[in-house]
Design a binder for this molecule. Structure first.
Ligand code: ADP
Length: 325
């Protein structure tokens, strides 16, 4: 009964023992992998030759993503391993999400392209303001604010389009990056901002193996998270930054006891240009900071997430793989 149900499921499933011998598979698996010769009791590798899929299985990697070029499908693979018994592998077709992601990227690239010329015009007119007649001090400070914000927006957009363009080659040219040192530099660079708001800063930086990455981009991750913590934590609030090694990864956390993020905003805060209704109107905000963080983290093979309680604070966590010796 259960076997019938598993067999008709549209989700590809597979069970193998520790020697790689097939114990169970369903029809969806055969279709996705075109594995017509797959048989219970025979090695998996006799019917499936997909290198990335086999790498996940052989190394018992709990999750991963694979591409099936023949059918233009993408699968998310989840593997549960029970020592002595073998592994159960369940896959979910994520092609739709991949396409939506690509579409979103195209839209963003177009938006960036179209924003550039009106921004240049705003900048040009703002610069001309004092040439067409005298302006008072207040007007002059407004012009300065316009120029500052347009410049900031321009920098963020350049950054974003550079990241989009480099998405594929980002893993080239990686170095050994000392995360505690990067955090220390970033905190020093923002010390005046912490002091302006009388924030209580705690650093807990454990010595750890280097991260595999681009130091400038990793510094940017830290900077953006710290700038948000400063922005969204009221005066005299506390910000705690930790770095520690866990397994083969380095974990960075930035925790604040600031305004927190409303539950209804939480699913969207990594979206480009998304700003919550409680978002600050400060000079450092444009709704791009976290999408840049997410981009860089993912390019480095890591993960970023957060936990937040409105009114109590927010903790962002970033996990990055260690440099392989
Ligand atoms: P912004 O430039 O507006 O800060 P981000 O992409 O950095 O844009 O952040 C998106 C939104 O997430 C912000 O507008 C803010 O509402 C929310 N946010 C980010 N970090 C925090 C934080 N530490 N505490 C509360 N809200 C935050």
């Amino acid at each position: 009964m259960i076997e019938n149900w598993l067999n008709t499921a549209t989700t590809p499933m597979l069970a193998i023992d520790d020697a790689g011998i097939v114990i169970f598979f369903n029809q969806a698996l055969v279709q996705y992998f075109n594995a017509n010769t797959l048989q219970v009791g025979r090695p998996l590798t006799s019917a499936i030759v997909h290198p990335e899929f086999l790498r996940l299985i052989v190394n018992k990697i709990p999750q991963g993503e694979i591409h099936l070029p023949d059918f233009q499908r993408y699968l998310h693979v989840e593997l549960s391993h029970i020592t002595g018994l073998g592994s159960m592998v369940v896959m979910v077709d994520i092609t739709y999400f991949k396409q939506a992601e690509r579409l979103k990227r195209q839209v963003v690239t177009e938006v960036i392209r179209h924003l550039r010329s009106p921004m240049t015009a705003i900048m040009g007119y703002a610069e001309l303001m004092d040439r067409i007649g005298e302006i008072n001090a207040e007007q002059e400070s407004f012009v300065e604010k316009i120029m500052f914000n347009i410049n900031k927006m321009d920098r963020s957009l350049s950054e974003l389009s550079a990241l989009e363009a480099r998405a594929k080659e980002a893993t080239e040219d990686l170095q050994m990056v000392d995360m505690p040192m990067i955090v220390r530099y970033a905190v020093d660079g923002l010390m005046h901002a912490f002091e302006d708001k009388h924030h209580n800063i705690t650093l807990q930086l454990e010595p750890c193996n280097p991260v595999n990455g681009d130091p400038i981009r990793i510094r940017q991750i830290v900077n953006n998270l710290l700038q948000n913590a400063i922005e969204y934590t009221p005066q005299y609030g506390s910000i705690e930054i930790t770095v520690q090694e866990e397994g083969n990864t380095i974990v960075l956390t930035v925790a604040d006891d600031g305004i927190g993020i409303a539950k209804e905003d939480q699913p969207y805060i990594f979206d480009k240009f998304y700003r919550t209704h409680t978002a600050s109107n400060g000079d450092n905000t444009d709704g791009l900071g976290l999408s840049i963080v997410q981009h860089i983290v993912e390019q480095h093979g890591g993960r970023v997430w957060f936990e937040s309680q409105p009114g109590q604070g927010t903790t962002f966590s970033v996990v990055l793989p260690c440099h392989e010796a």
